[in-house]
Design a protein around this ligand. Structure first.
Ligand code: 3H9
Length: 691
């Protein structure tokens, strides 16, 4: 018997327990003893039935992702499931926590599934750039229908035990002791007697599939995949389950899996899976964290309101402070409206809405923040205003309260210095809409205490954010790199590209939208105001703003918009403006290809990332990837800018940056020493811990 798998006999029912913390992944050291135990139990007359259960916090959460990309050690998961299907006595999976990926596939190898009420079941492989490779695409449709299986496998989103029961995936949902109930269930089945039909032979639900409707559903999903291979492979595999005999469909699934698992997209997505978990780690695990029971938010505008909702969604009470009753009423009304929309869309129940709203307390008096353990300011982006707010906070906040600024650019050290307690001050840079966007840049100032950082990182996880600790510099990691990415935008236009051509190069690369469409969506006046504050100008964007073209909200910006519509339409007037400006500056216009657009926008992005890493503003290259994928829409199939630099070839990037540097003389093209070293060694250097 191994420590990862043990067998006990409970009145003639064999209970096989997998114990492989933290998530009972199906590592080799689980598969081998599991295979051996099942082989022995198959032929053991003392076992009338078999229950497969897990110790710890969850049922099997999948194959061991760290084993991908290495030679597979036998027995592989498929062999275990095939073995299960040769067992004549009833086999039951007892599911608690999450049965995911290979874990659910293992459960599908059993005759029956009994789940705890709070359990979740799903095949999330697509999120790792894969498809279920243990027969999930062929067995799941046999239980829940092809249409339901397609939706589950292409989205990767797990379903609740209740939904699984309704869909036919689970045979029983229990509210009391899972193991007791699963053993009782197995015993009853043994008493009832066989034959017990394995899932592979249950063809009734598939027989009635409307293939045309299935294809239409798959085609609809295909429109949204933006260059990702895995969702298409998932759809192909489920289709095979309908059209091919079981074994042929299973073999085809295997081929698709092998292709994906060795491809760049899955490597990129697996990199991101571990990068996100790594980013949350702060050195000094035993740091005493502070208690956060109530959060104060200063400013009930778009940002402050969104941040307040993010905390309420995580179950934390919030005090929302505004300067006037009127502004407070407006802010709270927007929050109420947002929740009402969620209810009308079915993503929130009426009961949950009521409970969330009960968590909000409004105030116009700073003294009401005295009971808060964390206070975040989300006021106007101006150093004098922020310092004033922090001065007031210093006077009312209780000792030990954490004080945070949501600034996107300003110097957090300077803000911290305006208080008597800089050790309690840090930046929490949320992204808009803050209740939706997952990224949170946690800005560590010079004097921020380590336990303050650890407390906020923990809290971020509690409210479902992906947190990355960054150091102080103008724009931190994300916005600083965004400036580098956009530095050539106007030059590209003046030299001959149109906004639509630049945007298309971006969407072809896999971004959800290009920089000009994004600018129109965010509002061109924001950048204009920032430029004016810093004494900077932009040749064309400033002109558009002067004429009141702020983007979608004014019906025109880089593009035109039909009233109320979001679809950008090329605007001849903007193109004429660009041509006139180019003529005025004596710039000869020429054809600009997609490759040049990528070189002049994304190579500087990587270059700036290398500088940020060398300066210790980010601790690891993978932290930068997490920021860009979660906050700025960098395509997940490319793993983030720093991972992509390796895929694209760092040597080539250096060479092309040198070329553009020679040609334009612009500093953004001068290859950073850290990028040159990466090109030589193939590994990014980084401090490793929090910056
Ligand atoms: C698959 O199954 C393929 C098959 O179809 C075919 C095979 C042939 N492997 O997320 P957490 C680690 S593909 C290895 O912080 P939570 C994780 O890195 C797989 N390690 O916990 C972390 O390590 P550390 C399909 C794994 O409670 C620690 O466990 N399954 C795996 O917030 C805790 O993780 C999936 O994609 C793994 N499979 O969330 C499920 N999973 O402490 C992936 C986790 O060193 N996992 N780790 O940083 C999850 O979604 C979440 O981990 C889960 C728990 C919801 C289970």
């Amino acid at each position: 018997m191994s420590s990862s798998v043990s067998v006990a006999n409970d009145n003639g029912v064999a209970v096989v327990t997998i114990d492989n913390p933290p998530v009972n992944a199906l590592s080799f050291h689980v598969r081998k003893p599991l295979y051996e135990a099942l082989t022995a139990l198959r032929d053991d007359p003392a076992a009338r039935a078999i229950v497969i259960a897990c110790a710890g916090r969850t049922f099997v959460a999948g194959a061991d992702i760290t084993e991908f990309g290495k030679p597979v050690e036998q027995p592989e998961l498929r062999a275990i499931i095939a073995l299960l299907e040769t067992i004549a006595k009833p086999t039951v999976a007892a599911i608690h926590g999450t049965a995911l990926g290979g874990g659910l596939e293992l459960a599908l190898g059993c005759h029956f599934r009994v789940a705890e009420k709070s359990a979740k079941l799903g095949l999330p492989e697509v999120k790792l750039g894969l498809l279920p490779g243990g027969g999930g695409t062929v067995r799941l449709p046999r239980l829940v229908s092809a249409a339901k299986a397609l939706a589950m496998i292409v989205s990767g989103t797990p379903i609740s035990a209740g939904e699984a029961k309704a869909a036919g995936l689970v045979d029983d949902v229990v509210d009391s002791d899972l193991l007791v109930e699963a053993v009782r269930f197995a015993s009853e089945m043994a008493d009832r007697g066989g034959p017990f039909v394995p899932v592979r032979d249950r063809n009734d639900r598939l027989a009635g599939t409307d293939l045309a409707a299935f294809d239409a559903q798959a085609a609809d999903l295909a429109k949204k995949v933006r260059g990702l291979e895995a969702p298409l492979a998932c759809a192909e595999a489920v289709r095979n389950a309908i059209t091919l005999p079981f074994d042929e469909a299973l073999a085809a699934e295997r081929q698709l899996f092998l292709k994906l698992v060795s491809g760049d997209q899955s490597r990129a997505q697996r990199h991101l899976f571990f990068a996100e978990r790594e980013a949350a780690k702060i050195p000094g695990k035993d740091l005493q964290k502070r208690q956060i029971a109530r959060v104060g938010i200063i400013g009930a505008g778009t940002m402050g309101g969104g941040i307040a909702m993010a905390f309420a969604n995580g179950g934390l009470p919030v005090t929302l402070l505004e300067t006037s009753e009127e502004a407070l009423r407006r802010g709270l009304a927007t929050i109420e409206k947002n929740y009402a929309v969620s209810v009308s869309r079915g993503s929130l129940t009426e009961e949950a809405r009521r409970k969330r709203l009960e968590l909000f307390k409004g105030s116009t008096d700073y003294a009401d923040l005295a009971g808060c353990d964390l206070i975040i300011e989300a006021v106007f982006e101006d150093m004098a205003v922020k310092k004033d707010v922090f001065g007031r906070l210093d006077a009312v906040a209780r000792p030990g309260a954490i004080l945070a600024t949501n600034t996107s650019y300003l110097d957090v050290n300077e803000i911290a210095a305006s208080t008597s307690r800089p050790q309690d001050v840090l930046g929490m840079h949320f992204f808009s809409p803050a209740n939706v966007m997952k990224l949170l840049e946690i800005v560590r100032a010079e004097k921020t205490a380590p336990e303050v950082l650890a407390t906020v990182t923990d809290l971020a996880r509690r409210i479902g954010k992906v947190a990355v600790v960054v150091g102080v510099c103008h724009g931190f990691v994300g916005n600083r790199m965004l400036s580098a990415r956009g530095a050539e935008n106007e030059a590209l236009l003046l030299e001959g590209a149109t906004p639509a051509q630049v945007d298309k190069a971006f969407t072809d690369f896999g971004w959800p939208m290009g920089p000009f469409q994004m600018g129109d969506l965010a509002g061109l006046d924001i950048g204009w105001r920032n430029r004016k504050a810093r004494g900077q100008t932009a040749l064309i964007a400033d002109k558009l703003c002067e004429q009141g073209h702020f983007g979608q909200k004014t019906g025109s910006g880089w593009y035109r918009y039909e009233s109320g519509a979001r679809e950008p339409i090329a605007d001849p007037e903007v193109e004429a403006l660009i041509r006139a400006k180019a003529a005025e500056l004596g710039i000869a216009r020429r054809e600009i290809g997609a490759e040049e657009i990528i070189e002049r926008t994304l190579y500087p992005l990587v270059n700036e990332g290398a500088k940020i890493l060398a300066e210790g503003i980010a601790a690891r290259a993978s932290d930068i990837d997490v920021v860009w994928v979660n906050g700025y829409g960098f395509p997940i199939g490319k793993g983030g800018p720093m991972f992509w630099a390796g895929l694209a070839g760092a040597g080539k990037i250096v060479e092309r940056l040198e070329y553009w540097h020679r040609r334009t003389g612009r500093a953004i093209f001068e290859p950073a020493p850290a990028l040159r070293r990466f090109a030589e060694t193939g590994a990014w250097e980084g401090a490793g811990g929090a910056p």
